[in-house]
Ligand binder design. Structure first.
Ligand SMILES: [Zn+2]
Length: 265
């Protein structure tokens, strides 16, 4: 099953980054040819907000705005966290945003520790809850801290834990906190036992698909060559792992993404 009758969604792709940004038309046409008809583009820093906003002028592109933990030290760039919150609220209210993201925690950032990242994350989580928008969460090495921050909202937050690469138990705790889990290229790798186990076991209504292109590759596909069209391969991989039909996985993951990000089905 290729193309036409499909309606797959890449819930996380950095279309504003090269090489994707060098050929937006081609990337989206190749995606559509494989049945990937919509792409969510999360901006990771303030400098990227205008280009992501511009991309979202296209009918197949949806935007998310936030400050990634890798650049959390950009707050304050000569201003306060309260000023940043105002600018983000303005951007989120500008019309095109379907989520707050990507935001999160990462212990592997050299010049920006969790002490700096946490207030920036908490500000953005609170704004998402206020505006009733889902969050797109990045996490490396700080799952407990992230879970604590999410749980402070008492189940009122919805969103997705993106680029999931761990086992089912941790994912189940995030699902219990009200989140969805996004699977990407890792599920295509035979040796990625933990995440394939998660893809096999998690409730199907809590799963979405994403490429995170051009940051993450698939088995046999380099990150730099990854495009939204590869969501087709991710749906196939999850179908194989779960012993379900490709059509079921395609349909359900699209329905999940539509519900989560409030997109039309
Ligand atoms: Zn990303």
């Amino acid at each position: 099953m290729e193309g036409n009758s499909l309606n797959l969604i890449d819930t996380h792709c950095h279309l504003n980054m090269p090489p994707l940004s060098n050929d937006t038309e081609g990337v989206l046409a190749r995606a559509a040819a494989r049945g990937v008809t919509r792409v969510i583009v999360p901006a990771y820093d303030e400098a990227a907000w205008p280009e992501v906003e511009a991309l979202a002028g296209r009918p197949e592109v949806f935007s998310a705005f936030g400050l990634h933990p890798w650049v959390a030290h950009e707050v304050p760039p000569g201003g306060s966290l309260a000023d940043f919150e105002k600018r983000l609220a303005t951007q989120l209210n500008a019309g095109s945003a379907v989520a707050v993201g990507e935001i999160g925690l990462d212990t592997k950032v050299e010049d920006c520790g969790l002490t700096e990242q946490l207030p920036v994350l908490e500000t953005q989580l609170a704004l998402a809850a206020d505006l009733d928008l889902p969050v797109i969460l990045h996490c490396r090495g700080a799952f407990e801290e992230l879970l604590t921050a999410v749980n402070k909202h008492g189940g009122q937050l919805r969103g997705v834990l993106h680029a999931y690469s761990r086992g089912p138990e941790l994912a189940e705790r995030f699902i219990a906190a009200g989140l969805h889990v996004a699977f990407g290229g890792a599920v295509t790798r035979d040796r990625a036992k933990r995440v394939r186990n998660a893809a096999a076991r998690l409730p199907l209504d809590k799963i979405v698909l994403e490429t995170d292109a051009p940051s993450i590759g698939l088995d046999g596909v380099l990150p730099v060559d990854t495009e939204p069209g590869h969501v087709h391969d991710l749906a196939q991989a999850v179908a194989d792992i779960r012993d379900e039909s490709f059509e079921t996985i395609a349909e359900v993951t699209t329905a999940n993404a539509c519900r989560l990000f409030n997109l039309t089905t």
